[in-house]
Every structure is written in structure tokens, then in C-alpha cells.
Design a protein around this ligand. Structure first.
Ligand code: PLP
Length: 425
């Protein structure tokens, strides 16, 4: 029995499913999860001492690679001053100012402890600001596990949302309308019916929770327009894309100003941090300034701020970082495309910058329906091969691969060799 197997057995006695977040259980690939003991740079090491090239990077935060020296040092220094005060600190001010400088659509920002909290709060603010209740989200986009966001599409886009989880009252889901990613008509249909009741559209500007799906043509621009025409707000959920597609996120990449933005993952440098921000007049709705209540005992925690602020500062001060990161990622994803082509594999690659994934379908994946066409069994076999050969990727067809700045040609070549061995068998 491996150490991971022992730990998993023990964990299942005390933690539901043995894990603190469902995807970690490896259920969709039918394997025992690897318990992790440490990570350094581009590598992660499991409880049995086996080393892997890490394409999860804590699901995005570790864009600089794990245990980056300066981030580590500043976190230790912050710890020496005390782990938490539950009071205002200088770090929070520096952090907020930095993000407002880096992201032009953000005049004011509030720190929270997770992406879920950031989205939940941004939606409350959008509802408070507009005095409306309905929210449009897209099928296949993930926005954390708050009640209103755990909604699957009703039968056809004209119906109200249906809860996607037990324990979510219908009342919490009924104001969540679901549209189809990359299908502007589906959005228009919702606005024709509910326009004056829609507080906001929320979207992952690049979807990265149904695999990676890129927005087509003017899709995001049209969303901006229809929000303006109907006095609804546009919320970009940049929990993954923020500070990954570039220092100003997907909104900088596509040159679109959302009214509100949510962050998480990278913003905390590996610590539990989320944030939501946007236009001044909207953010002035938040307590204690305004009537929208939102609070957090550990929000803006000094140790977490030390990690996040240091990571963002490093990204800001090294403009060539993203160029090099994207070159490494391009080498990887183009290499994967090449392998697929040469071996006539039924698979396709979607990627942008350092974010990408392989779908086990030869369909072009442009929304949830086409993503679901992927052969998850084939993915499971592929996953097993990858993990056994030292490549740590997400145990699900519908998650992204995250390339980090700690990776170079060596890691990419090794990864491509492992992938090639799988397909030429
Ligand atoms: C991860 C994620 C969330 C939720 O963040 P947590 O920190 O896990 O609560 C929300 N939105 C998107 C786009 C995400 O990828």
C-alpha cells in the first residue's frame, strides 16, 4: 500500500469523500488521489516521494512556480509580526492600490477569502446597485459554490434556473438565468424576456471550468453592449484569468471594461484570497459606505496580503515574464497539437497564453454542449498514463492545464515525450 492509499483510507473516515474539495478525490478517473507533501518551482512531490511536473499549480495561483523565494520570504516576515489582527493594515492599502493601478476598470476593491465569496459579494452588489434580482450566467461556467451560482440550465433558456445541488432552495436559483457560451442569440432571448429585471451578466471571459473555451469574435463586446442598453452590469469572473492572461487579465487582453471584476487564485499567491472591485459609484454601495452588507473576520489577512502583494508586484515589475511564460506554454500546446495530428488522435487543443487543455473529441469545443462530447473514459486512461509517468495534471477532462513561469524547455520536452508515448502505443 502506498502512503497516499493509506492516507486516503484514513481520510475517508473523517472527511466526506476523504477530501476538502470534490475534484481532489480523482473520482472521475477512478484512481486513488495523490496526497501531496511539498512543491518547489515547477515540481510537486507526493507523500510517497514521487516527483511530478506540476500543471495544476494549486489550480492557478502558483503562476511563478511553487515556493518562489521572495514570496516565501515576505510571508515569513509577515508571520513574525503576527498571523492575524482582524484590523486594518498597511499591506491591504498597498494591495488595493496596486490592483487599482494595474486594472483600469477597477477604482475600488474589497478583499475576501475565496473566489466563491468574491462572486457571491459581487452579485449582491450588482443587485443592490441596480435594484434588480436576475443574473445571467453561462452554461459550463463555474463561479464558486454560492447558492445562486449552483444552477443548471432549465429546459431551454426561457425557463428559470433549476438548482444543481441538493440543499439549494428553488427560490435561490429562480433568478439565475442560463445562456449558452459563445451564443449571443441565447443572451438576447433572455434580455427580450427579462431585460428590465436583469441586474447583471456574469461570465468567465475565457471559460476555464469546462476545459478551456475561448470567447469567439465579438462575443464579449456584444455582452458589454447589451448590458449598456439594458442598464445591467457586466461582471467578469477573472478568478482564473486575472493576472494570468496578462497583468490586466482577460479584460486587458480583449480590451473590454466590465463594471465589476472578481479575483481569486493568483491574487493570493497561494494563500486563501479573493477580491471584487469595479467602478467607484458601484463599489461605494458596499458597507460601511453603502447599504450592501459584506464582511469578513480574516479578510485582508496580513500573511495572505504579503503573499499576494509580493506575487503581483513581481508580475508587475517583470513585464517580460508573461512573454516568456506564453512562449513556454505555446511550445507545449503546439507540441500537443502536433502529436495529435501525427498520430491521428481524436482530440483537440484549446489554449490561450498559459492556459489550455486537450479535449478527447475532434469537434471544435466552443461551449458546454461541445465540451461534453469529449470522451471522458479516454481522458481517464490518458490521465493514468500521465500521473504514472510523472506529469501532474487535473484528474478531470473539464479542467485547465496551468503552465508556470518556473517551467522551461526541459519540462515541456519531457511532458511532450510522455504524451507522445501514450498516443503511439
Ligand atoms: C475557482 C473559481 C471560483 C471559486 O473560487 P474558490 O476560491 O474556489 O472559492 C470562482 N470562479 C472561477 C472562474 C473559478 O475558477
Amino acid at each position: 500500500m502506498t502512503k497516499s492509499e493509506q492516507l486516503y483510507e484514513e481520510a475517508q473516515k473523517y472527511i466526506p469523500g476523504g477530501v476538502n474539495s470534490p475534484v481532489r478525490a480523482y473520482k472521475s478517473v477512478g484512481l486513488v488521489p495523490r496526497f501531496i507533501s511539498k512543491a518547489e518551482g515547477a515540481y510537486i512531490v507526493d507523500a510517497d516521494g514521487k516527483k511530478y511536473i506540476d500543471y495544476i499549480g494549486s489550480w492557478g495561483p502558483m503562476i511563478l512556480g511553487s515556493n518562489q523565494k521572495q514570496v516565501f520570504e515576505n510571508v515569513v516576515a509577515a508571520c513574525q509580526n503576527g498571523l492575524s489582527f482582524g484590523a486594518a493594515t498597511e499591506y491591504e492599502v498597498k494591495m488595493a492600490k496596486l490592483i487599482c493601478e494595474l486594472v483600469p476598470s477597477i477604482d475600488m476593491i474589497r478583499m475576501v477569502n475565496s473566489g466563491t465569496e468574491a462572486v457571491m459579494s459581487a452579485i449582491r452588489v450588482a443587485r443592490g446597485y441596480t435594484g434588480r434580482n436576475k443574473i445571467v450566467k453561462f452554461e459550463g461556467c463555474y463561479h464558486g459554490h454560492s447558492d445562486a451560482m449552483l444552477v443548471k440550465a432549465g429546459s431551454g433558456v426561457m425557463t428559470a434556473g433549476v438548482p444543481d445541488s441538493a440543499g439549494v432552495p428553488e427560490g435561490c436559483a429562480k433568478d439565475t438565468l442560463t445562456a449558452v457560451y459563445n451564443d449571443f442569440d441565447s443572451v438576447q432571448t433572455l434580455f427580450e424576456k427579462w431585460g428590465k429585471e436583469i441586474a447583471a451578466i456574469i461570465i468567465e471571459p475565457v471559460a476555464a471550468n469546462m476545459g478551456v473555451v475561448l470567447p469567439e469574435d465579438d462575443f464579449l463586446k456584444k455582452l458589454r453592449q447589451i448590458c449598456d442598453e439594458n442598464k445591467s452590469l457586466l461582471i467578469f469572473d477573472e478568478v482564473i484569468t486575472g493576472f494570468r492572461l496578462g497583468i490586466d487579465g482577460a479584460q486587458g487582453y480583449y480590451d473590454i471594461k466590465p463594471d465589476l471584476t472578481t479575483f481569486g487564485k493568483i491574487i493570493g499567491g497561494g494563500m486563501p484570497v479573493g477580491a471584487y472591485g469595479g467602478r467607484r459609484e458601484i463599489m461605494e454601495m458596499v458597507a460601511p459606505l453603502g447599504m450592501v452588507y459584506q464582511a469578513g473576520t480574516l479578510s485582508g489577512n496580513p500573511v495572505a496580503m504579503a503573499a499576494g502583494f509580493t506575487q503581483l508586484t513581481l508580475l508587475k515589475e517583470n513585464p517580460s515574464f508573461y512573454q516568456k511564460l506564453n512562449e513556454t506554454a505555446t511550445m507545449l500546446f503546439e507540441g500537443m497539437k502536433q502529436i495529435i495530428k501525427e498520430n491521428e488522435v481524436e482530440a483537440s487543443i484549446n489554449y490561450i497564453g498559459s492556459l489550455g487543455c486537450m479535449f478527447f473529441t475532434n469537434q471544435k469545443v466552443r461551449n458546454y454542449t461541445t465540451a461534453k462530447m469529449a470522451d471522458t473514459k479516454a481522458f481517464g486512461t490518458y490521465f493514468k498514463h500521465m500521473i504514472e509517468n510523472g506529469i501532474y495534471i487535473a484528474p478531470s477532462q473539464f479542467e485547465a492545464m496551468f503552465v508556470s513561469g518556473a517551467m522551461g524547455e526541459g519540462e515541456v520536452k519531457e511532458t511532450l515525450e510522455v504524451i507522445e508515448r501514450f498516443f503511439v502505443r
